[in-house]
Design a protein around this ligand. Structure first.
Ligand code: AMP
Ligand code: MG
Length: 638
């Protein structure tokens, strides 16, 4: 097979038209109603019974002849003779005559002869008699047979998606089974680099995210996923898997191998076995996509990148599933927002994932190729091909993903257990990007976050304030946070008495990433030590094996030491002690919060600050992190 070049990209509108003509034909199967949630009705459902099947009382009270009560009033009640009592579920026949009353429970069948129920609250029973204080009208508090659902009435329409309400209706008309559509959707992941989640991650491997994310999306759309697992980039194996899936399913989805790269042959197989309708749609993310028919089975090759695969699924596969099932896509909420930051676009139509926080949309496209992109996004905006730049503050329409609750507060900065406790105690939902202090400062400077969490020292060991000054940050305030013990972390069986132990080359060090405040603290400490020794800092750090490593969180530093990939690290006491590692205190840092001035008075930020200042928060902090007299005070405003 020879390698193919990309063809012309299909414009989005044309691709949508093409999609609207593609359908697959599902089968019908009968399932128990308790297994029917999420399925689509294959036929109308008619009620085989009246609901209720008998006239029944809707109140606890007395079944009477309405006319006997017409004279009743508070001062002059009428007196009726109580002759019987009917509980719910009672199968006996009763009869109420003139001037008689029969005690009756909610849901119980009405006795013959009676035509109204007086509520117990409007009566008083005395011995064998009851006093009725208010007149009742005919049919009062009675639900007539068939008044809810009549026998033969259509209760559910074909093509309805079955949910709790529908299951309730089916059960209440006495149906135990229901005919539903069965649209089987085969899912194949391709790539030599893929491995199933739960298995050991070998070198160069990544977990197969697509099989699972796509299967869940298929279910959401009403189809039945059938996973074929991971197929290596081998033409013969891919062909076999595809053939099997096409035999067994109504629609087949593959992911990976769609771009015209070496070894990327999926689209050639589709081409060879069937007909390619399009290869490459002019949108981002997710340009490489093949749509074809193999026999009567729509076959779609989704891009490998998980973000792209899900975006393309939502745009182009979900509609095929809905067409095939005869369902209408579940309503996707659109919200009006303004861009929180400027956004450059690539000059072609883009479906751009964004996070939405209190009406402001932020690009969620951190790095293409990361699933976190989508999990940080609340919805997408559509950018037209002719748009090159969207200015901050311009209105955009965001199509929200299903069931997404957008967060209350956006946080960018250092990772710290204190933030997790703050989030829990505020009861709010934070969107947290733990990217380090530098990223926090940059994000707040660009108005891309509400709060930055920072622990960045200057040369004199003053935290955060001088960085704000140096960066010329405007329209922000600094709220003092808390102090954290930082030091060396190591296995408990090791004897470590200070940095000197590291410079002899006996230990492998695991460092934090550049841009993290903790690494900056370490650098400062080592600078002081170098000065003492009369050598340069580079000379000192050069003698520490592993100094150039870059672990992203306190947690991952500890993991590396526990797994034996490193011997010593630098980080939080709380992180070390949580996992049973040894700790030697070197210093205490100050972890503060830079907050945008324009939102300092909104409820969410007030709650955040109140919580920070609260005793409850202070008490929950782990050993090695402490609040102090300045905690929660706004020390400066810029
Ligand atoms: P491909 O289209 O095969 O060139 O894949 C594009 C990118 O997506 C590569 O980085 C792949 O490793 C990645 N990728 C492909 N399939 C999957 C999958 N099932 N789960 C997660 N990542 C994937
Ligand atoms: Mg691949």
């Amino acid at each position: 097979m020879e390698r193919k070049e990309f063809r012309e990209l299909t414009p989005v509108e044309d691709a949508r038209k093409l999609i609207s003509r593609i359908t697959a034909t599902p089968e019908t199967e009968t399932v128990a109603i308790e297994d029917s949630a999420g399925r689509v009705l294959a036929e109308h459902v008619f009620s085989p019974v009246d609901v209720p099947a008998f006239n029944r009382s809707t109140k606890d009270g007395y079944a009477i002849r309405a006319k006997d009560s017409y004279q009743a009033s508070e001062p002059e009640p009428v007196e009726l003779k109580v002759t019987a009592s009917i509980p719910a579920g009672c199968a006996e026949d009763f009869f109420a005559d003139d001037l008689e009353a029969i005690e009756i429970s909610t849901g119980a069948p009405m006795p013959d002869g009676a035509d109204a129920v007086v509520m117990v609250e409007q009566t008083k029973q005395i011995g064998e008699s009851v006093l009725v204080y208010q007149p009742a009208h005919i049919n009062e508090n009675i639900m007539k047979a068939g008044s809810d659902i009549m026998k033969g009435e259509r209760v559910l329409r074909k093509n309805t998606r079955i949910g709790s309400r529908e299951i309730g209706v089916l059960a209440s008309v006495g149906l135990k089974e229901v005919p539903v559509k069965k649209l089987l959707i085969g899912i194949i992941s391709t790539g030599n680099e893929l491995i199933e989640p739960g298995r050991e991650l070998g070198k160069g491997l990544i977990f197969d995210a697509n099989s699972y994310a796509i299967a869940a999306s298929v279910e959401e759309a009403g189809g039945i996923p059938k996973m074929y697992g991971i197929i290596p980039d081998n033409e013969k194996l891919m062909e076999e898997a595809l053939e099997r899936a096409i035999r067994e399913c109504h629609i087949v989805l593959t992911s990976g191998s769609t771009s015209a790269g070496v070894g990327d042959i999926m689209y050639m197989i589709i081409e060879e076995k069937g007909e390619t309708l399009t290869h490459g749609i002019a949108i981002k993310p997710g340009k490489p996509v093949v749509i074809g028919m193999i026999g009567d089975v729509p076959t779609i090759g989704l891009p490998g990148n998980p973000t792209s695969a899900l975006s393309i699924f939502n745009e182009f596969v979900a509609p095929i599933i809905h067409n095939s099932l005869g369902t209408t896509p579940s309503f996707r909420t659109k919200v009006q927002a303004v861009m929180g930051t400027g956004l450059r676009s690539g000059g072609r139509e883009e479906l751009f994932p964004v996070g939405v926080i209190r009406g402001r949309a932020y690009p969620a496209d951190k790095t293409s190729g990361a699933i976190t992109t989508l999990s940080d996004a609340d919805g997408i905006i559509e950018i037209r091909a002719e748009t090159e730049y969207i200015e901050a503050g311009s209105p955009v329409e965001v199509t929200m993903f299903g069931n997404v609750k957008s967060p209350d507060i956006m946080y960018v900065g250092g990772q710290c257990p204190g933030i997790d406790i703050l989030e829990e105690r505020t009861g709010m939902n934070f969107r947290m990007l733990n990217m380090g202090s530098s990223a926090g400062f940059t994000a707040i400077a660009g108005e891309n976050t509400d709060i930055a969490g920072v622990n960045m020292p200057d040369a004199d060991g003053n935290y955060n304030l001088s960085v704000i000054r140096k960066m010329n940050l405007a329209d922000v305030v600094l709220a003092r946070g808390y102090k954290r013990e930082l030091g060396l972390i190591f296995r408990k069986d090791m004897e470590i008495s200070g940095f000197e132990d590291l410079t002899e080359g006996n230990y492998r060090f695991i460092n934090r990433n550049r841009g993290s405040g903790t690494r900056a603290v370490l650098e400062r400490e080592l600078g002081l030590l170098a000065e003492e020794k009369g050598i340069s800092r580079n000379e000192l750090t050069g003698s520490i094996a592993g100094y150039n490593s870059a672990s992203k969180t306190h947690r991952s530093v500890c993991d590396a030491i526990k797994d034996g990939r490193a011997d010593v690290g630098f980080g939080l006491r709380s992180a070390a002690e949580e996992v049973g590692l040894g700790f030697l205190k070197i210093t205490e840092d100050e972890f503060d919060f830079v907050i945008r001035k324009d939102i300092i008075e909104i409820r969410e930020i007030e709650t955040f600050l109140d919580t920070l200042r609260s005793e409850g928060f202070s008490k929950r902090l782990p050993k090695g992190i402490r609040t102090y007299e300045m905690t929660g005070s706004i020390i400066s405003s810029f």
